[in-house]
Design a protein around this ligand. Structure first.
Ligand SMILES: NC(=O)c1ccc[n+]([C@@H]2O[C@H](COP(=O)([O-])OP(=O)(O)OC[C@H]3O[C@@H](n4cnc5c(N)ncnc54)[C@H](O)[C@@H]3O)[C@@H](O)[C@H]2O)c1
Length: 275
């Protein structure tokens, strides 16, 4: 059995998942890097092992049948002897299949794709680890929602609904398993920089924030910012936090921003100030 705490991260072959793997490895976890693309998971695990950390690559498609997902987790448990932390990071919108539109033009098959990847994928992985966590009397589950699930996002109705579903699922699950020593929380990122492997398959380095007028901080977030929040929720210090959704969005959910400054926020076209 592993002496280190074991973390399983889904969709970890790039983007936020990659940053989470790097951070959790530094924080002393044995990191199980899973991704639908085996090669991507292997590249991340190889990087961690080369840097002296403990990691294992496993192919996991969260959209498979529950029985198949369950058997992947059974295999992980057999190899590690424990699963302390599950980070449900795999997710994405209809953009992945070139079908993102306003709801009026959308198709039911696209809603099913988005729900399957985000909400059902999360639920499958959770059920696959719960038995191990309950038997151990300890567990941390961190689900990935989105600001779209909190505030809405035009053109992303199915994704918003699936992510809002993750927030509701997180709350109820936290109530059901709290007495087993398991905490369940979700995170809702706003605009986060993309961090994808290059054409040559090489992993990207940590990326930088960019200027935006879409939130009150005036810059985007990075995968490392999100990884820091997840690392905190996974830490012992967060042991009294459960059933909560954490926005990480530069203040975007506070309301509309104005390039021209605060004074103009409530002015009409004729310049009248409404407050
Ligand atoms: N980037 C953002 O601005 C942002 C904002 C809000 C929420 N999110 C959420 O954060 C999570 C990660 O986003 P990202 O931007 O890093 O995405 P990304 O597309 O960069 O990476 C997603 C990873 O998931 C993998 N993946 C895709 N389908 C999968 C499947 N069926 N099973 C397992 N793995 C699969 C991909 O291979 C890829 O490695 C997602 O849940 C996303 O919805 C992202």
């Amino acid at each position: 059995m592993q002496t280190k705490r074991v973390a399983v991260i889904t969709g970890a072959g790039g983007g936020i998942g990659l940053a989470v793997c790097r951070r959790l490895a530094k924080d002393g976890f044995f990191v199980v890097v899973t991704d639908v693309t085996r090669e991507r998971a292997a590249t991340v695990a190889d990087e961690l092992v080369s840097a002296g950390y403990d990691a294992l690559a496993v192919a996991l498609d969260v959209c498979q049948d529950e029985a198949e997902v369950t058997s992947v987790f059974a295999d992980i448990f057999q190899r590690t002897g424990r699963i302390d932390l599950l980070v449900n990071n795999a997710g994405g919108s209809a953009q992945l299949i070139d079908k993102r539109t306003d709801f009026v033009q959308s198709e039911e098959s696209t809603w099913q794709f988005v729900f399957n990847l985000n909400l059902l994928g999360t639920m499958r992985c959770v059920r696959a680890v719960l038995g191990y966590m309950m038997a151990a009397g300890y567990g941390r589950i961190i689900n990935t929602a989105s600001i779209a699930g909190r505030c809405g996002l035009p053109g992303w109705a199915d994704y918003s609904a699936a992510k809002a579903g993750i927030i509701g699922f997180t709350r109820t699950l936290a109530m059901e398993v709290g007495q087993c020593g398991i905490t369940v929380n979700s995170i809702s990122p706003g605009l986060i920089e993309r961090m994808r492997p290059g054409e040559d398959g090489k992993l990207p380095q940590d990326c930088q924030r960019k200027t935006t007028h879409g939130n009150w901080l005036g810059h985007t977030g990075t995968p490392q910012d999100v990884a820091a929040l997840i690392a905190f929720l996974a830490s012992e210090e967060a042991g009294y936090i459960t059933g909560e959704d954490f926005l990480i969005d530069g203040g975007r959910a506070l309301g509309p921003t104005s390039q021209a400054g605060r004074q103009d926020l409530f002015k009409t076209q004729d310049g009248e100030n409404k407050l």
